[in-house]
Design a binder for this molecule. Sequence first.
Ligand SMILES: Nc1ncnc2c1ncn2[C@@H]1O[C@H](COP(=O)(O)OP(=O)(O)OP(=O)(O)O)[C@@H](O)[C@H]1O
Ligand SMILES: [Mg+2]
Length: 180
Amino acid sequence: MDEMIYDLGVYMTPSQLENLKIIIKTLFNNDLTKFELTASSGLSIIIVNKYCDCVHQYYLSKDLYKKVLDNVNKLNQTINHGFVKFLSSDDKLQLITYEKVEPINGDNFDTTKLKNDVFKTLKTMKELGISHGDLVLDNIGYSKIDNQYLIYDFETVKFDVKESNDLYTFLKSIKFHVGF
Ligand SMILES: Nc1ncnc2c1ncn2[C@@H]1O[C@H](COP(=O)(O)OP(=O)(O)OP(=O)(O)O)[C@@H](O)[C@H]1O
Ligand SMILES: [Mg+2]
């Protein structure tokens, strides 16, 4: 288990490491075959549950956890489509569980469907004054259950905004991925 955690390449304080171990013990009873760990920015760790359509995200800082949870709650109250579903949260473990999607990798995505799905969501977001703040393809995944591309990464979401660069960022990210 230690090797699996060190392979993430994330610097963790002893208490953060301890908390991650408690999470793994609580969720999987330390059975390493039941999950995979990934980290990207180093601010959170994604625990992919192999036995349910869900992922658990452990936010290393309490402030980040609270900010994300607040954004997720506000989103839930205002928009009911286009975002990865929130399933549960645990304040003590700083853990949020979301519906699992297939993240976009390389250029193996359906550009037309991706644009259609995200444009619909962006239209509603504009009407409601919501911006995502980092709408790159790294933060979008495909849900087989919903047959739809869904947005995640709730850290930079803003409410009551008049302007947003989400559409620009999204289209630029598609161009970057397909290479033209
Ligand atoms: N609901 C999900 N289903 C499947 N994979 C997910 C889900 N949420 C996150 N991931 C995976 O975990 C990675 C990190 O998640 P997220 O973007 O929320 O964190 P981050 O730390 O803000 O990352 P970054 O700074 O790179 O945007 C994603 O790029 C994706 O590969
Ligand atoms: Mg991200």
